[in-house]
Design a protein around this ligand. Sequence first.
Ligand code: AMP
Ligand code: GLY
Length: 424
Amino acid sequence: MKVLVIGSGAREHALVQKFLAEPQVSQVVAAPGNAGMSAQVSTWDVDVSDPEAIADLAERGSFDLVVVGPELPLVNGAADAIRARGIACFGPSAAAAQLEGSKAFAKEIMAAAGVPTATSITCGSTDEVVRALDDFGPPYVVKDDGLAGGKGVVVTEDRAEAQTHAEACLAKGSDVVIEEFLDGPEVSLFVITDGNVAVPFLAAQDHKRVGDGDTGLNTGGMGSYVPLTWADRDLVAQIMEQVARPTIAEMAHRGMPFAGVLYCGLALTSQGIRVVEFNARFGDPEIQAVLRLLESPLAPLLRAAATGELAEQPDLVWSQDAAVCVVIAAEGYPGDVVSGDEVHGLNDAESIPGVAVVHAGTARSGDQIVTSGGRVLSITARGKDLAAACERAYRAVAAVKIRGSHNRSDIAAAARDGAITIPQ
Ligand code: AMP
Ligand code: GLY
């Protein structure tokens, strides 16, 4: 099987590494890729925002499967363009990707499907914002309705900050969604679906805030781990029943079947499971950790999802180990990022047992790898339990030297220490 991976982040590099280890896969190409991917596979240039350009590449390389990593090409219709050329594509249509592309659309689907989520009001003017903030009270949750790369959400006790964010969204032409605050730990579950049959991965947890102890600004994600040692054994079954299956059925019922990965972002609240958001692609950095434990081949699974044949796939096999992913970010992230700093110590990090390094914001400058984006590297480690995986991951993080870089030092720590509880 010849596989084309679209994207340039750590998520896509992790997918590439998994595919390279699978006997079913004869060739992997990444477009546009990054400096880490180009050391392992061919990388082809492409404008990921341009669906026809992506479809042209897919056709030129006679690929058997295209895996679209990020949300932007999906929302723009890359999967539709690729399928129109008769090529199997893992990723939903533009219509179905609205589950991620519009928070208001996602709320409408959830209401129709009876899926539990935070109550919300979509606002198109400052007056409506002021009224909604009054109605909900603190803590305020204010969301840009459109795509915002994980940075469109402000959760704050500070009313002025909430209103300022809402007005900034309105000023750039987006609606604003204001919603009820959800207490309780967050969970990410990736559900592979062909639009009908649905297969869950292991549930994982992301760390969205930039600082230790969940402080500071929201980011695209600073680290992740799996398994959720603190969760109910039947958590995944509950999420499938209460969230994933009804949502997939509602999308099919509307004639816009969702085929690809339905990323269920959830809060486990005192009132039960609540959807925080849906995404139409794998979560970054959660998938970097989750893939370390997937022993079954991924490419045939994703191809079956793309071609409506998921029912014929064997059950997935998972390692009993734990995996932890720590993101190393460039100076300034998640604000204005400094680029061009040299990355040292990669070989030392990768020589630690159980450790794998995938690249995100990296570029090549002569023989040197340099930073070129906010999240620079994802360091993943496998171990027999979370404590072992954490220890290896942080040993590898310490081996990497990048001027001005930062990372959280508490990824998976609360789970490892038994300090996560679901509010009663
Ligand atoms: P989203 O882009 O919708 O995933 O939001 C980003 C992050 O903001 C989430 O991962 C949560 O940490 C936080 N967040 C979003 N919605 C809520 C909510 N209703 N209550 C509490 N925190 C939230
Ligand atoms: N880790 C959060 C996301 O991928 O949206």
